[in-house]
Design a binder for this molecule. Structure first.
Ligand code: GUN
Ligand code: FE
Length: 461
């Protein structure tokens, strides 16, 4: 059984369609249409449930999930540097502006070698799928061929993905061995990748999409930023970049353009619905309003921020002002490829922001007032439905019209790290345990668009 398309699933689990609201599915009947889209979700108390269950059973189309297994929406990783995967878990000792030149640009330059790219991208996509990431927003490199290969690999493995050829051409900030030769090369290379993705013979359903990807303002000339803004207007594609990540990055843009990173991106036409700004730690209240008004989104990368930002993103303030937010691993700025770790990092960072960190300060003076913490429910929402909404894609929740992108958590996996107690655990306390203690061994299956991608020998049916 490799596909749930056209079938009805009898499942228990959780999703968080809106922030603050976790919905428990208990013996829910999820009907999946032949194209992998959820047709209906019925709960046992709903009219028609018994008839639908019986009809599916009689037609031989019912798939029943085993006890002790929980269905969750697949994760949406809103910020991944695909070429940095070989660096995951190291090179965390330098500030951003040093890290880029000392470690990261030399690594990314290697993707001129297609054999290296094939090995690295294949491993990354397989590992992310096994970790439950069903949609990923990828920065690739400046290279056309390697970036096309990443598109091919996502299509082949079945992951939903948005892939950008990185644009970076400013000789002041980019080394001669790793930069676009000119603004024309940066913009035309982006256009060529867009055409490749749109014209790909295996991409008729649009599972992979192109993204306009100026690395960040410091690495791009104004001509490139202008050209990419015009291209975004013309093609309506997604846009991704870094925004106000660290003191250095934020200060650089202020000095070069005399305005904030957010304002400058907006001036170039790069802030639109479908634009994702990674980090955004140093945004001002005016920036927050601009991001909200443009319907752009923030990829919050809590783990990476601990190493490179020097600050915690004011997540709660952004959410309360109505900004779309999702979570990113920021591989390899963040040292984990797991969105479970991104969720945990999000909760922990918000708690440290709330309480403060300096024991030399009195408790009352140590932290940030105003209820800035988020809990596991909020962070789980952001990692699923929030990321989907940020991208404007119908993913991240179990609702009619949404793609069946899902993971199955085996809470009883012997090699896993979840231990449930029947007499103690229940309700969304089970989700809390999953969120805080699950590991890869607990992810029994992964589906994208109803198609089983990972571990086909699941204990289904
Ligand atoms: N800013 C520009 N490039 C990068 C990158 O690769 N990672 C992070 N975290 N920030 C960046
Ligand atoms: Fe990044």
């Amino acid at each position: 059984m490799t596909s749930l398309n056209g079938k009805t699933l009898l499942a228990s689990g959780f999703h968080a369609p809106e922030r603050g609201r976790v919905e428990e599915l208990r013996n829910a009947l999820i009907a999946i249409d032949p194209s992998g889209v959820i047709a209906s979700v019925l709960h046992p108390h709903d009219a028609g449930y018994d008839d639908a269950l019986e009809a599916a059973r009689r037609a031989g189309l019912l798939e029943t999930l085993p006890a002790q297994s929980y269905l969750l929406p697949g994760f949406v990783d809103l910020h991944v540097h695909a070429p940095q995967y070989p660096q995951l878990g190291r090179a965390l000792d330098e500030p951003l502006e040093v890290w880029l030149h000392k470690y990261t640009f030399p690594l990314e330059a290697r993707y001129a070698d297609l054999a290296f790219a094939r090995r690295s991208y294949g491993l990354l996509v397989d590992d992310l799928i096994a970790n439950g990431t069903t949609t990923a927003l990828y920065f690739a490199t400046i290279h056309q061929d390697a970036t096309r290969l990443l598109v091919d690999i996502c299509l082949e493995r079945g992951q939903r993905a948005l892939v950008g050829k990185v644009a970076m051409d400013d000789p002041d900030q980019c080394p001669a061995y790793y930069r676009d030769a000119s603004p024309d090369a940066a913009v035309n290379g982006t256009r060529a990748l867009i055409d490749y993705v749109h014209g790909h013979p295996d991409n008729a359903e649009g599972r992979v999409r192109p993204v306009i990807t100026p690395r960040f303002i410091p690495s791009c000339t104004d001509a490139t930023l202008e050209g990419l803004g015009a291209l975004a207007r013309e093609c309506g594609c997604h846009v991704q970049t870094h925004c106000s990540e660290s003191d250095w990055a934020h200060g650089y843009v202020l000095q070069r353009h005399g305005i904030s990173d957010t304002s400058s991106l907006d001036r170039f036409g790069l802030l639109r619905a479908g634009s994702v700004l990674a980090h955004a730690n140093f945004i001002t209240p005016a920036d927050i309003e601009t991001i909200r008004a443009r319907k752009a989104a923030v990829a919050h990368c809590a783990l990476s921020n601990a190493y490179f930002a020097g600050a915690v993103f004011p997540l709660k303030a952004a959410l309360e002002k109505g900004v779309q937010v999702g979570l990113g691993t920021d591989i390899s700025g963040g040292p984990s490829a797991s969105m479970f770790d991104a969720i945990r990092g999000t909760v922990m960072a918000s708690r440290m922001l709330e309480t403060g960190t300096d024991p030399a300060q009195k408790a009352e003076a140590r932290g940030t007032a105003g209820g800035v913490r988020v809990d596991f429910r909020d962070a789980f929402h952001l990692a699923t439905a929030g990321g989907g909404a940020a991208l404007g894609l119908p993913v991240g929740r179990f609702s009619p019209g949404y793609n069946f992108d899902a993971i199955l958590i085996d809470a009883a996996a012997p090699n896993g790290t979840i231990r449930l107690w029947d007499e103690l655990d229940g309700g969304d306390g089970i989700l809390q345990k999953i969120v805080y203690s699950a590991s890869r061994a607990n992810i029994a299956s992964v589906w994208v668009g109803g198609r089983l991608l990972s571990q086909p020998e699941v204990r289904l049916g």
